[in-house]
Write a protein that binds this ligand. Sequence first.
Ligand SMILES: Cc1cc2nc3c(=O)[nH]c(=O)nc-3n(C[C@H](O)[C@H](O)[C@H](O)COP(=O)(O)O)c2cc1C
Length: 483
Amino acid sequence: MAKDLRHFLEQYEQDHPEDVVTIEKPVSLKHEIGILIDQLDRERKFPLLRIKNPILCNGKPSEFEVIMNEIGSRGKLAYAMGSNWEKVSQDWRRLALENKQKPVVISREDAPVKEQILKGDDVDMLRYPAYQPYLMLAHPYISLAPMITYHPEAGIDNMGIHRGEIQSKNRIAFLFSPDNHNSMNFHKYEQELNQNMKCAIVAGLHPNVLMASQTKMGYPESHFEACGGLLGEPLRLVPSETLGDNFMVPADAEIVFEGEIKAMKRTAEGPYSEYTRHIGAQRWCPYMEVSCITQRKDPLWSNYAIGRNHAFQGLAREFRVYDIVKRVVPQVTRVYLLPHAGGDDGLGFCFIQIKKTAEGQARTAIHSALTSNYSVKHVIVVDEDVDIYDERQVFWAVATRAQPDKDWIIQTDVMSSIVDPSIENHWGSKAGIDATRPAPPEPFLIPTMFPEEDMKRFKLNDYVPKDLLQKIPDAFRKVETDE
Ligand SMILES: Cc1cc2nc3c(=O)[nH]c(=O)nc-3n(C[C@H](O)[C@H](O)[C@H](O)COP(=O)(O)O)c2cc1C
């Protein structure tokens, strides 16, 4: 059996029943779904959600089940790849870029995504459980379905996620950031060839396929091969129905929308709830006309916890930042993009751990990290005795090992994220903090410590039993009172 979304859900439910919530009660895809995710977020919970009876944004019951959070935590992404919490980003790089596997093509008869084929009047995007999680959105949005396009000369596939505003039964508007490869392909079709761009939107995928869609490949370079690396088996492809036999789509997806993005045509897209948890303005954007839908019987649909997802986008960038900084400063030991600062993409803070051997290394690491990606906005560098996965320890280092007048670095007029609400145009500023001790042999105060043998011997559970410990409230979480 090929690895697909259903396979992942089954395995995860078997291995982690405590992290799966099935909701039978109707949940509206307009606002209620956003509130559900927000309230879970406040509890710091991100279970895999199976919403069995969603209500469409137009108030009608949905025919299809909605899945959320299958990629909603670092732990789930690690599980999907057979990795662990700490190594997940390095394993992502290794599998997607060094273990690539060529896809295989299967027949239409064997492809689950061809169980139903809808054309003409049967094409109706408004049937699908796309969501409007926040106020001010004009239409339902597709949030977690990668777009596939092909490079016009090389014929190589590209796969990237774009939010899609469903404006009518067969029209979807898309936002294209200029650096994305689908956007570069569209530029070629429209500006150089004066042609529409064929494309497919693929919904309901195994988390590893979603991860491959977020892996920054060369241009042009196949994401299908990265899927194979992450899945540990070749991605199964099948020819499209209306885009030609050379236009291949994933055979094990739940749904594929086929169509074309129109050259020299634009529509107003937005307002949309950006991952920064602000409502982004309307923009003139390209749109797709859907010509055909192929799907499984009773397809599953995924929505993305926009602005509340704690892992996906930041983690996709983590190994890219690490690779660049490590090349410049080999003393760097770990990089962590703090997931919830700046929404869900690690835009806010990048923590770097270093085993410093000479002065200047931490500062060089700051400059390298800030320029490694337009969206890395703040960098904090700490010593090897600080756990970068625990922000309390990182801020302790900032408080005790950095002097603002000497150790804070500001970069001005650099390219930044287009959805950062605090910038004008694409230019913004960035900051780094060198929170490291002086390099040896310079003296510095020793942090408080314990004898190593006592640390090994002492077990907290011998003094505070596990069940009691679990019941003690999280002292750092704000407690709501009735006042
Ligand atoms: C949930 C989600 C939504 C995204 N929405 C958009 C979008 O609307 N427009 C865009 O250009 N990029 C968007 N991205 C980012 C791209 O998918 C990402 O940069 C990807 O790596 C692009 O790959 P490519 O350059 O190979 O096409 C989104 C990412 C995620 C995870």
